[in-house]
Design a protein around this ligand. Structure first.
Ligand code: ARG
Length: 491
């Protein structure tokens, strides 16, 4: 352990020996929080503006700080910024560089604030920007899904329960079921955004500050809806990160379900769809293989996203108020969740519109497995049989079909009449796949007209969403920091 006094620390005043070099590395966060540099600078600019408005900074000092921070941002964007582990985190790296550039005015920037409210502000700004990018990608995925559905309201496939053939549905109907899951995910993402879009800036370390700060000014400048209510809560709350990760876990669960279906459907055994080559890879030993790697990887990535949710819940469990250093551990799970969700949505938004359904194979598969057995039972109910008796009759007809290798629609009328003399030749209308789907003609059913109307409503909702998200509340700048700092090095 080095014994020499280290005066380079921004908090070094009360210390008599330098930080242990391992502890320095262990406690630093700059390796991963440098990604919030843009937001840190935005927050500092808003804070400095406000300090000037209340007379803590003169206008010329404000101008110096603004120019200094602009220079810092330039250096970071160009990649020439010298990140230092000794300066612990993104906040102190930027502040120290500002002071090196403009001299002692730089030391006034931290008046009336703490890294505790600063980091809480930065994360919210960063996550808000990520949420907006994710919302756009999710919308793109939904758009592709709905468009494909619209083209397939009459394409017939088997619908499954227990992964056994159940009843025929249209491929469009199935795709719109995916869209419903994604629509709920979008709603949850917006809920999360609404609740998190409050400014913690001004809470300072935990109790507020003695300066006559204007929290409404900084909140508005940063595009927040309002300042947070309570200073203790402001610096300790990470609910928004937990909420975002729970949105992400459920979205990924949905993507994994879709993935699983695509993986099954592209197999030789199902052969329902084809994925373009550009979304697949081959095998180094088996020349015939075309593996659905993209959906498989998406399915696999649910594990890490679920893990991050549990990590954050566990991080927050039993933490006393207010800020604790534990909270520094919020960033890596949160950032990795953002990156994973963005990548998976991007892959899906590109891939789904490119799916090629094999309509003949799907139709053939729907013909196998007695998928119109329920239609026959419903037909018999129409002839006056109680449903349970009709069920019994059809069960016997199916058993005969299993024994003889015939579908219900392939049996002679006389054969069917052996099971129930009430059956007339109009039965064949309901035993066709087309008749079966057309008969489910109510809201939420698989009749082509219903599917087409549901697709139009879904597309309409999406267009309204797109029109209103052109002017969402809050700063909607794309998150330039995200994933672009992989070249980040600390000295
Ligand atoms: N790097 C810290 C974090 O991520 C910033 C806040 C540090 N505050 C403190 N009092 N040590 O939480």
């Amino acid at each position: 352990m080095s014994k020499s006094k280290d005066t380079s620390k921004l908090w070094g005043g009360r210390f008599n020996e330098a930080t242990d070099s391992f502890v320095q590395r262990f406690t630093a966060s700059v390796q991963f929080d440098a990604r919030m540099a843009d937001q840190d600078i935005q927050g500092s600019l808003a804070h400095a503006d406000m300090l000037c408005a209340i007379g803590v900074l003169s206008s010329s000092e404000l101008e110096e700080i603004q120019q200094g921070l602009t220079q810092v941002k330039r250096e970071i964007d160009e990649g020439s910024f010298n990140w230092s582990i000794e300066l612990e985190d993104v906040h102190m790296n930027i502040e120290a560089r500002l002071t090196a550039l403009i001299g002692s005015t730089g030391k006034k920037l931290h008046t009336g604030r703490s890294r505790n409210d600063q980091v809480a502000t930065d994360i919210r700004l960063h996550l808000r920007s990520a949420i907006d990018s994710i919302a756009r990608e999710l919308t793109r995925l939904q758009e592709g899904t709905i468009a494909l559905a619209a083209a397939h309201s009459t394409t017939i496939m088997p619908g499954f329960t227990h992964l056994q053939t159940a009843q025929p549905v249209s491929f469009g109907h199935h795709l719109l079921a995916w869209n419903e899951m994604l629509e709920r995910d979008y709603g949850r993402l917006m809920d999360c955004r609404r609740r998190m879009n409050q400014s913690p800036l001004g809470a300072a370390a935990l109790a507020g500050t003695t300066y006559p700060i204007d929290r409404y000014q900084t909140s508005a400048a940063l595009g927040f809806d309002r300042p947070t209510e309570n200073s203790l809560d402001s610096v300790s709350d990470r609910d928004f990160a937990v909420e975002f990760c729970s949105f992400a876990a459920l979205l990924m669960t949905h993507l994994s379900r879709i993935s699983e279906e695509l993986i099954l459907w592209t197999s030789a055994q199902f052969n329902f769809v084809e994925l373009p080559d550009r979304f697949c890879t081959g095998s180094s030993i088996m020349p015939q293989k075309k593996n659905p790697d993209v959906p498989e990887l998406v399915r696999g990535k649910v594990g890490r996203v679920n893990g991050h949710l549990v990590a954050l819940l566990t991080l927050m469990k039993s933490q006393p108020l207010a800020y604790n250093k534990d909270n520094q551990e919020d960033k890596e799970p949160l950032f990795d969740t953002v990156d994973t969700v963005m990548d998976c949505l991007r892959a899906f938004a590109d891939m789904i519109p490119a799916i090629k359904p094999r309509t003949n194979e799907m139709h053939e598969a729907a013909r196998r497995g007695f998928s119109t057995a329920t239609d026959l039972a419903d037909y018999l109910v129409g002839r006056g049989l109680p449903f349970r008796d009709a069920h019994e009759v059809v069960g016997k007809a199916v058993a005969h079909g299993v024994a003889t290798g015939l579908d219900l629609a392939e049996m002679e009328l006389t054969t069917l009449q052996e099971f129930c003399p009430d059956i007339g030749k109009d039965v064949f209308d309901v035993l066709t796949l087309e008749g079966s789907i057309a008969a489910r003609d109510h809201l939420g059913g698989t009749a082509p007209a219903q599917v087409a109307a549901a697709g139009s409503r879904a597309m309409e909702r999406l267009q309204q969403r797109k029109a209103s998200s052109e002017q969402p509340s809050g700063n909607n700048e794309p998150d330039k920091g995200q994933a672009n700092r992989s070249d980040f090095r600390v000295d």
